[in-house]
Design a protein around this ligand. Sequence first.
Ligand code: ADP
Ligand code: MG
Length: 685
Amino acid sequence: MSISVIPIQSLKGIGPAKAKLFSKLGIRNVEDLFYYYPRTYKDKSIVTDIAELVPENQYTVRVRVMNKPQEIRSRNGLLMVKTVVSDDTGKLNVVWFNNRFIKNSIKQDDELFLYGKVKVIGRDKVMEAPEYEKASGAESINLLRIVPEYPLTEGLGQKDMRKAVHAALELTEGKLSDIFPEDFRKRYQLSEINFCVNNIHYPESMFNLKLAIKRFKFEELFILQSGLIHIKRMNNAEKNGIAFKVYDEREFKDKLPFKLTNAQSKVLDEIFRDMESTKPMNRLVQGDVGSGKTVVALLAMYKCARNGYQSMMMVPTEILAEQHYLTFQQLLAGTGIRIELLKGSMTAKEKNAVLDKLRNHETDIVIGTHALIQDKVELAKAGLVITDEQHRFGVRQRTVLSDKGDNPDILVMTATPIPRTLTLILYGDLDVSIIDELPPGRKKIETYFIDTKKKERFYGFVKQHLEQGRQAYFVCPLVEESEKLELKSATEYREELQKHFLEYKVGLLHGKMKADEKNQIMEEMRKGNIHILVSTTVIEVGVNIPNSTIMAIENADRFGLAQLHQLRGRVGRGEHQSYCILISDSDSKVAVERLRYMTKSENGFEIAEKDLELRGAGELLGQRQHGLPELKIADILNDTAILKESRDAVEYLYDSGKLDEPEYQKMKKELDLRFKRILEEIALN
Ligand code: ADP
Ligand code: MG
């Protein structure tokens, strides 16, 4: 039975108006409904004697109504309906508030089930605003069982949800076919689909609920990962990419102002091997801030150019594009390799000139921001696409990218240290290289955590360094309310700092500035004409000004550790000792622990693990950033065992060739369908 084709409206009691509300929750058909998991459950299955009720707890009781419900209006206009009920063990007062229906729906001598919280008022036990149902003998979906509670939307109540799910379960009647064949379920100890759908919504017992939850977590992670692996295998196997020739890049390496680290060389080898193979490259390079990813990218582009192909490099900000452009021009000088910059702030004419050069193969390399390159650029001979700071950039964009040109090689680079478990999920479709070593001679960035009382002393410290010719960044306090407020606070913050540092120039950089203005400010900073740069977090990514040695971060507790680590990575890029000052008055224990941790560790991966442990995956990588669908039931942090199991299962299926066997065809088809839906969901985000 294919439940994705049964519209929600075909269920009993759901008309067009209700259907609309359901669609607000993303529920359009029975499949959506079954996969709309309860947020929590209440065990209302046990009936308790009135004599046993303990105040402040919630109970189900079975009672008889002793008198006709009375309406009473309180002085402040509240309508109360009161009655007294009893069972063999005692009496209980009951009160409902502002409910006009009670009086007509309950009569003396009715047999009822009630569920609610018990209080003591004076000497009496009172049950306040209980849910109620006639004890008619018919099956109840709201009481006398473990009852699901769903996330809701306005106009749609728990009872509506329960009724719909119940109707759907009756309609399908255990006839769902399982995407997991029996031997597969045995192998991974997964319960059967009909059992699980029943028990995830209306658990017969807590034990059954656990079995159902385990299955759906597995299923969710399995589908996601098999989709990613599928993309990866398609990229690797079915497409024919460019087989770049080996080229002696020594002439270029010898001209670099430094020797590559072992880690850089190792990663470069992996990249070159991919480039030389006939399969298109799909590789992620992970390396802590300052590990030297840029030059690795440049060497790949150099090889590409020497093979007669063009490459493009996409970066998240115009500042970064400009910076890379300058570096590359210097390093490529004398090689004859032509390079262009594409910026949003260029005039249409300037842009067109660059685009023409790319189309006519009059240039070899183009650098620009993601958006710009993605929609505008056409290359005469695309060989390599590089995206820098990939964590801002989703799975879907990656799949779209390979459509540029004839299966060009794809390289993505990120400084976001991602714990291993997350890498599996986020980058399951990529091969991963890690630059796990910093260039030699880097000094540790000394990190301090202070409160605002110590600020005057800290200003003195900054002055000493400015006197020695160094520069500083101040990341201004985060204001969450609005962009306008943020701008105001940044401006005021700059003015205040300027008063403290009269003999120096304090500049300002914020997200609302035009790209041109930003570039100008960065240029002034680079030239040393600005001594202190106040900034919102726009400088986070990739900025490289070696003379800057102080990074001060206000309200540091409000940032994620990974983000703090990124910000800190803006200093310590030159020969001088650098400092990072975390300013916070927070007295939250977790906040203090996190900031202390920053003062101790300088290893991005360790820091990311710590953040994951203290704050959870959602915070570490906001959904928007990683561009993956929100997981509905699995939790990457806590479900690592299931994550690993499902990963193994995916690999087993692909490697054993089982997926091509007849009894797996249904699964294969269904996996494709569901993963397509996941990709669509990502596209909407
Ligand atoms: P990231 O990995 O954060 O992008 P960059 O590529 O910007 O780091 O490199 C940071 C700094 O280190 C740059 O100034 C770069 O020139 C320098 N660098 C890169 N590789 C080496 C190396 N092998 N030895 C010394 N300095 C290097
Ligand atoms: Mg970089």
